[in-house]
Design a protein around this ligand. Sequence first.
Ligand SMILES: *Cc1c(COP(=O)(O)O)cnc(C)c1O
Length: 436
Amino acid sequence: MTTSVSDISRKQSAELFEKAKQYFPGGVNSPVRAFKSVYGTPLFIERGDQAHLWDADGNEFIDFCCSWGPLILGHNNAEIREAVQEQLGKGLSFGAPTKLENDLAELILTHNKKIEKIRFVSSGTEAVMSAIRLARGYTKRDKIVKFEGCYHGHSDSLLVKAGSGLVTFGETSSAGVPKAFADETIVIALNDKQALEQVFVDFKDQIAAVIIEGVPANNGLLIQDKDYIHFLRDITKANGALMIFDEVITGFRLGFEGAAKYYDIQPDILTYGKIIGGGMPVGAYGASKELMACISPDGSVYQAGTLSGNPVAMAAGIAALSILARPGFYEQLEKTTQAFVDELRAHIAEKGYGVRIFTIGSIFWFAFSNENIQRADQIDPASMENYKKMHRELLNRGVYFGPSGYEVGFISAAHTEADLTKSLAVIKEALDIVFQ
Ligand SMILES: *Cc1c(COP(=O)(O)O)cnc(C)c1O
C-alpha cells in the first residue's frame, strides 16, 4: 500500500529547518542537502536501520541516497556498530600511530593491487587535494587538467568549470577562488579524444596531471568508453603527466580495485573516500612506492592531519571492508541492482517514457532523455523538472532519493527483496504521474 500525500506530516522537519537557518548558511552544513533542486524542505533524519530511514516526524523511507554513497552496507550494520563501540571504550583519538591503521591498510593493499602505499586523510576533498599536490611535487609542473562534469571535492584548484572553446583555461565556479588558481586548471569535455590531444599540444610540458573520476558519478552517471580511458592513459604517459583516478565514489563500490579494474587500467595516483570509512569520515590516496616516497616525512611534499587515521574511523573502515572482501559480495549486489534496473527499464519501454537509466555496479542514474549521455553538456537542465516531480512523488510514498537530478542513486547490501519490490512499485507509480 502506498501512502497518500496528505498522510505525511513534515511539521517537525520544517520546524527544525527554520531553526537550522538561524545557525547555518542555508540551514545546512553541505549545500545539496538544502533541497534547492526539489520540492519542499529537507527532511531531518532521526535514525537509520538497514535500508530504512526515519525522519523527525516518524515517517519511514527506503533509502537510495545512502549518505551519498558511503553506506554500501546500509544503516546501523551490526558488525560496524560493534567494532566502533569496542573502540569507543579505548579512546577517540591519540595523535599517534595505532595498529588499526596498519590493519585497514593491509586489508586494502592485499585486495587492491593498483596501489602500493596509502595515506589516510579525513575526507575525499582532502584526498584529492593531496593527490594534486603530490602530482605537482613529483612532476615539478603546475597545470592540471580536469573534465567538465567531474566533481573532486571543494579545494580551490578544482572549483573550476569550463570556459568557452574547445580547450581553455578554466573559470572559477566559486567566489573566493583566485583567478591565478583557475589559470592552473584546464577544463575539457569528457569522452573527447581530440580535446585531450589539443590540451597536450597547447600546454606541452606544463601538465602535472589529468584528473578524472573513475566513473563520473557526480553530474549524472557519465560512463566513459573503455578505449577513451586507455587513450587517456597513453597520452598522459607519453607526455610525462600523471593520471589521477578519483575513486571517491567508485572505490570499494565497484570492487576493491574500483573503476581501475573495470577499465583494466593502472592510474598513477588513486583517491578514495566515502565507503572506505564505513560511514565515518575517512579519505585516502595511494600510488606506487616511488610516488608515495615524495610524501612527507619521507619526501618534500607536505601533507598532514590531526585526526588522520582516527582510531574510531579506522575501526569502522576495517569492519566494513572486511564484509566487502567476502567472496561474492560485489557479484550479488550487482546482480540485485541489474534486476532492479531491468524491471524499471521494462516499465519505461512498455509505456514509452523518455527516460534512460544508466547503471554500473550498484550505482544507478535516471536521465530524463533518450540519449546515450557521456558528457556533461548532453544533460538538458530543463529535464531536471521531471526529476523534481518524481522526487516529490517518491518521498510522498516513502522512497528517499538524493535531492537533485544530477545525483546518482545507490543500492546497498541491506536492501531486501521486499524493500526493492515495494520501491519498484513506488518508482513506477511516480513515473506514471510525471508522464501522465
Ligand atoms: C564525494 C566526492 C569527493 C569529495 O569527498 P568529500 O568527502 O565530500 O570531501 C571527491 N571526489 C569524488 C569523485 C566524490 O564523489
